[in-house]
Design a protein around this ligand. Structure first.
Ligand SMILES: [Zn+2]
Length: 429
């Protein structure tokens, strides 16, 4: 081995260039108000917004990015995905039991990297990743992105989904182990506390529970215990809900978000609006690729309409964890615009739901997401005006994250994202 001078090892990689970046934005959208401002300049230093306005002088030597013909928006959020899961699918059977048998945690982590990159390519700079990630592949994904080893969205991950014995699976006694590590059993108050702590120890940023997948679902008191234990570490609790009774218990317990909407009706929507509980729907659009029946799709969009009319806090969320030939994970996710359009939600509201609401349900709105001085420079640009036609979001041709260009002129150019790290000291969780 050749010996090299020590200073070579000490040299810090130029992670966030000291050079100022100036973006000329033809139209800068504020999804919170549903308005856009013309001819804005955004200055970015060390990965963060330092100035935003129409009368900003561009410093000499700044790198200028010309988006003067584009609509610039904060990045998009999918509030319910499983980046480390791809269903093993055949026309007759559709089971992710097989994933747990066939795919190692390692291969699922690598698949998650690929899915994350395609999500960024479709404009999603934040993904709430709600479990089904084998043995913490989701934590590995999040850390690798945070360390700057790979490009990818900001990941709010749940670690292992916690549930009453069996989780979401129904194994036979001889194959009980099929459940693990996909689900974490917690059947008593002690086990609930331990399960929450285990997930936090191994890198979870949100706690995901199965409220009612079994007849022995969680009680109001048990869910209150989840909420209290998670809150000690600043985490929220997301509940997978599939029955009306389960929804009522989760609402009474003061859960942060209800995942899936099949069990929600006018009564639960009104209670959720009252208590400020997030509705993380996951309404699969009807198209040639998807399997929901027309009747089911109709029910789902009626539910979205009812929630919207009741003023429930809603998030764009897909549960897209399957493969469709010719489509990336990002392609599949953005196609969920179909559901929101079918529900008749106005375009400015859909954009707000996909951005502002997304940061809020992830509980990161003060740290990342909005285009605001002091926050990380994440943004996307599209040619058309999404406030008028939400389908403009189908062609995201510019993506920036942490002040680094990930996609330019419709082509991924993620070179700056690949370095050997570390950004904030070596961390593995
Ligand atoms: Zn899910």
């Amino acid at each position: 081995m050749t010996r090299r001078p020590l200073w070579l090892f000490l040299a810090v990689p130029a992670l966030l260039s000291a050079q100022t970046i100036a973006i000329r934005a033809g139209h800068l959208i504020d999804p919170e108000t549903g308005t856009s401002a013309a001819n804005q300049v955004l200055l970015i230093e060390a990965g963060k917004f330092t100035a935003i306005g129409s009368n900003i002088a561009i410093p000499q030597g700044a790198e200028i990015i010309d988006l003067s013909q584009a609509y610039v928006s904060p990045g998009l959020v999918d509030a319910h995905n499983h980046l480390a899961l791809t269903y093993k699918k055949d026309p007759e059977n559709n089971s992710y039991y097989l994933t747990t048998v066939m795919d190692s945690t390692a291969i699922r982590a690598i698949q998650a990297v690929s899915n994350g990159i395609t999500m960024m390519n479709s404009g999603f700079t934040v993904v709430r990743d709600l479990g089904n990630a084998a043995n913490y592949a989701d934590t590995a994904l999040r850390v690798a992105i945070e360390q700057g080893w790979i490009p990818g969205p900001t990941v709010i991950n749940s670690g292992i989904i916690i549930g009453g014995m069996g989780g979401q699976f129904f194994p036979v006694p001889e194959r009980a182990s099929l459940v693990y590590p996909e689900y974490l059993d917690a059947d008593t108050p002690d086990e609930i506390i331990k399960a929450v702590r285990k997930n936090i120890l191994y890198g979870a940023k949100v706690i995901k529970i199965m409220v009612d997948a079994k007849s022995y679902g969680y009680t109001v008191d048990e869910m209150k215990l989840f909420v209290a234990e998670a809150a000690k570490s600043g985490l929220k609790v997301a509940g997978h809900v599939q029955t009306h009774a389960g929804a009522l218990r989760a609402i009474e317990a003061g859960i942060w978000s209800i995942e899936h909407s099949g069990a929600l009706d006018d009564q639960t929507h009104k209670l959720m609006a009252q208590k400020g509980i997030w509705r993380v729907g996951t309404e699969t659009p009807l198209s040639t690729f998807y399997s929901p029946s027309e009747a089911r799709f109709q029910r789902q969009t009626e539910g979205m309409k009812n929630a919207y009319a009741n003023g429930v806090k809603m998030a764009f969320s897909t549960d897209a964890d399957y493969f469709i030939p010719g489509m990336t994970r990002g392609d599949i996710v953005i196609d969920f615009l179909r559901s929101w359009k079918a529900a008749g939600i106005p375009a400015p509201e859909i954009l707000k739901i996909m951005t502002t609401n997304g940061y809020k349900v992830c509980d990161i709105q003060d740290k990342r997401g909005p285009i605001r001085i002091g926050l990380p420079a994440d943004l996307i640009a599209v040619r058309g005006n999404p406030l008028e036609n939400i389908d403009a979001l189908r062609e995201v041709n510019f993506v920036m994250k942490d002040g680094m260009v990930f996609k330019r002129d419709g082509v991924m150019t993620p070179e700056k994202f690949f370095h050997s790290g570390p950004v904030n000291g070596w961390r593995t969780r």
